[in-house]
Design a protein around this ligand. Structure first.
Ligand SMILES: NC(=[NH2+])NCCC[C@H](N)C(=O)O
Ligand SMILES: [Mn+2]
Ligand SMILES: [Mn+2]
Length: 298
């Protein structure tokens, strides 16, 4: 039996542009339930993790924005994701800014020996307090999940690291900070930048990604930041970068993941309806979910 559990994580504490906390509502409004219903035997919308309206606080010692709050809320999400997997359901998390991946991965990773991660993003999200140009935690979740960074972020769920660098594939990168570039080289993280996507084509990129992860992992989490897409196709994001992955290429990527049957959990993040055009970005997210979960035209 194929079961899906939708978890909303309306957290915008990992960055400064308000509105991304409305991401889960925008995605629900775009018709996620109706769209995915034919693809599963059961869908449970678990509602949202309670975030409230906390005030922004800069952690004095680390210079990180909302460190304690992000850590506290991430723990709640990790527990919910863990519970969903235990119940035999596929966890689909709706963000929220990308800092929510810290909690998602804390809940997912304990169920696998070698969890793989596809990080579909314009950014590397590999910063730490030391390398971050912004102090925004949404630029740090991949580093934190690798066990790099402030202990409040790396130790969510009581264990670290959640993933190994050789089990990560970044797709769509086109804006990397200096510290991130160093980390990618140092750790040997596999990255398909826009250059490789242009050069090889998305089909080849996904073939290679799938073969690479199949060989070394026993589950794969898809962390899809909508800013991985081109801002023309997904304008409703807080940190848009020109020259991104097209809507069509993204559908192909999702379809190939579905065919390969490797994805065991997923999250769609950074949908900000305040910055969006008529909910276009949330609608794109729902359409991509359709492809990821096996929607066929014929
Ligand atoms: N999840 C994201 N949209 N991250 C954007 C991060 C931007 C920049 N690298 C920073 O650390 O602030
Ligand atoms: Mn991101
Ligand atoms: Mn991004």
């Amino acid at each position: 039996m194929r079961k899906l559990s939708i978890i909303g994580m309306p957290m915008d504490l990992g960055q400064m542009r308000r509105g991304v906390d409305m991401g889960p509502s925008a995605i629900r409004y775009a018709g996620i339930n109706e769209r995915l219903k034919p693809l599963f035997d059961e869908i449970h919308d678990m509602g949202d993790i309670p975030i409230g309206r906390p005030e922004v606080v800069i952690d004095k010692e680390s210079n990180l924005r909302n460190l304690d709050l992000v850590a506290e809320k991430s723990t709640l999400l990790a527990e919910k994701v863990d519970e969903v997997i235990q119940s035999g359901s596929f966890p689909l998390v709706l963000g929220g800014d990308h800092s929510i991946a810290i909690g998602t991965l804390a809940g997912v990773s304990k169920h696998y020996t070698n969890l793989g991660v596809i990080w579909y993003d314009a950014h590397g999200d590999l910063n730490t307090a030391e390398t971050s140009p912004s102090g925004n935690i949404h630029g740090m979740p991949l580093a934190a999940s690798l066990g790099i960074g402030h202990h409040s972020l790396t130790d969510i769920g009581g264990y670290s690291p959640k993933i190994k660098p050789e089990h990560v594939v970044i797709i769509g990168a086109r804006a990397l900070d200096e510290g991130e570039k160093i980390l990618i080289k140092e750790k040997g993280i596999k990255v398909y930048t826009m250059h490789e996507i242009d050069r090889l084509g998305m089909a080849k990129v996904m073939e290679e990604t799938i073969a690479y992860l199949k060989e070394r992992t026993d589950g794969v989490h898809l962390s899809l930041d909508l800013d991985g897409l081109d801002p023309n196709d997904a304008p409703g994001v807080g940190t848009p970068v020109m020259g991104g992955i097209s809507y069509r290429e993204s559908h192909l990527a999702m379809e190939m993941l579905e065919e390969a049957r490797i994805i065991t959990s997923a999250e769609f993040v950074e949908v900000n309806p305040i910055l969006d055009e008529k909910n276009k970005t949330a609608r794109a997210a729902v359409e991509l979910m359709g492809s990821l979960f096996g929607e066929k035209l014929l």
